[in-house]
Design a binder for this molecule. Structure first.
Ligand code: NAP
Ligand code: G4F
Length: 357
């Protein structure tokens, strides 16, 4: 009898999917990933996981499909018959969701519904566990701080609204169809694999390009937004732990520490010897290096959001107590590892640019 567990990851080409695939492969899982057809190469984050084994013995397999296409999801689940499904696929950019609200809802709200429908239609309710990538964005205009599993939602974007729908769909399939379905309500988590248009990666990549002489300065939106930023690699363990429990449940995953975009800029630039101070206000505010007077940060209102989430701070006590999950990486360590990676990406030797702490 084959006791190897089978996992199916949607969003495997994304930041979290790539770390989760690594994590599950190390645990001995047979991992199947959903990839969608794109005109440019979208497998850079998982390329290193491919073809380690001879044909027929590969424990990491990719399949074409799309969360927008029920037939593709249904037939893959029929074929793979997974023990665990991690639904990480999403249109995950909050700002972009204002421009593509219907599409965002189709992928993020109806996508998980299609996966859950396929689990039930294939008779896998008893044998296949389901993880939904829920988000702190659902707390939006926060109604209490810190946010816990009982804090009411107050979504402020089409993205957040779509994720609230998926959150309740997950709970409904747990209650109505007895699927072992869990929500992981994750606060922001970042890494060197973070998409380049999320603020943390934008900052670290721009810093590296400035040092490499490829960019003059960085243009940002709301510098005062505050987030609870963790390291993505710590968070994929939480996804797995959620599905290893005796009963399905929903959990917050966060660090419990909060910093502003401004703090992130200062921390990243200080690692490379800059001392960023701020001058002016509103859209005229600039960040300049105190040592050289050079302006390195400017505000561009095109990066402001129609409705902003000003502050997010999570309390992950429930996950710490029940799952024994603890974030391992501090804010300073996270910024450091992202800056180091992007210096390399820009062709620079981190030893020459990173100041010793
Ligand atoms: P990401 O890097 O943007 O990855 C998203 C993944 O979804 C990519 O693999 C993408 O494929 C895939 N995808 C998008 N649309 C799809 C579709 N229609 N059909 C199939 N696949 C599709 O996101 P992430 O940061 O890893 O986040 C993973 C999940 O966690 C997302 O659901 C996100 O909303 C949620 N989340 C993230 C955070 C965070 O801070 N990172 C926090 C809370 C929740 P391509 O590579 O082809 O684009
Ligand atoms: O990095 P962000 O785009 O992430 P955001 O909006 O918090 O969403 C991320 O985290 C969510 C979890 O809470 C996930 F569900 C979601 O999928 C995604 O991974 O923006 C962070 C903050 C915002 O307040 C934004 O207004 O940074 C502010 N910001 C300031 N300047 C900027 C910029 N954001 C971006 N992307 N680009 C800027 O230039």
């Amino acid at each position: 009898m084959n006791l190897q567990k089978i996992a199916f990851i949607t969003g495997v080409t994304g930041q979290d999917g790539s770390y989760l695939a690594e994590f599950l492969l190390k645990k001995g899982y047979h991992v199947h990933g959903l990839v969608r057809r794109t005109s440019t190469f979208n497998r850079g984050r998982i390329e290193h996981l491919r073809n380690k084994n001879p044909p027929g013995k590969n424990t990491f397999e990719l399949h074409y499909g799309d969360l927008l296409d029920f037939q593709s999801i249904d037939s893959l689940i029929t074929h793979i018959r997974p023990n665990e499904i991690y639904n990480l696929a999403a249109q995950s950019h909050v700002a972009v969701s204002f421009d593509t609200s219907e599409y965002t809802s189709q992928v993020n709200a109806l996508g998980p519904l299609r996966v859950l429908q396929a689990i039930v239609a294939n008779g896998l309710s008893e044998t296949c566990r389901f993880y939904q990538a829920s988000t702190s964005e659902m707390f939006g205009k926060v109604l209490e701080t810190p946010q816990t599993e009982t804090t009411p939602f107050s979504p402020r974007s089409p993205y957040a609204i779509s994720k609230v729908s998926a959150y309740w769909t997950t709970i409904n399939y747990r209650e109505a169809f007895n699927v072992f379905a869990c929500n992981g309500i994750m606060f922001n988590h970042e890494s060197p694999r973070r998409g380049e248009n999320f603020v943390t990666r934008k900052i670290t990549l721009s810093l590296a390009k400035i040092l490499a002489g490829q960019q003059e300065k960085i243009f940002l939106g709301n510098l005062d937004a505050r987030r609870d930023w963790g390291f993505a690699k710590d968070y994929v363990e939480a996804m797995w732990l959620s599905l290893q429990q005796p009963q399905p449940d929903d959990f917050i995953f966060s660090t419990g520490q909060q910093y502003s975009v401004r703090d992130f800029v200062r921390e990243a630039f200080s690692l490379c010897g800059f001392d960023i101070v701020w001058r002016g206000s509103g859209t005229d505010e600039v960040g300049f290096d105190k040592n050289t007077n050079r302006v390195l940060v400017e505000v561009n209102p095109s990066f402001f959001r129609l409705t902003e989430v000003d502050t997010l701070l999570g309390d992950s006590s429930k996950a710490q107590n029940i799952l024994n999950w603890h974030p391992k990486t501090t804010f300073k360590e996270l910024v450091n590892l992202m800056v180091e990676s992007d210096l390399k990406e820009a062709g620079l030797d981190p030893r020459k640019f990173l100041k010793p702490c």
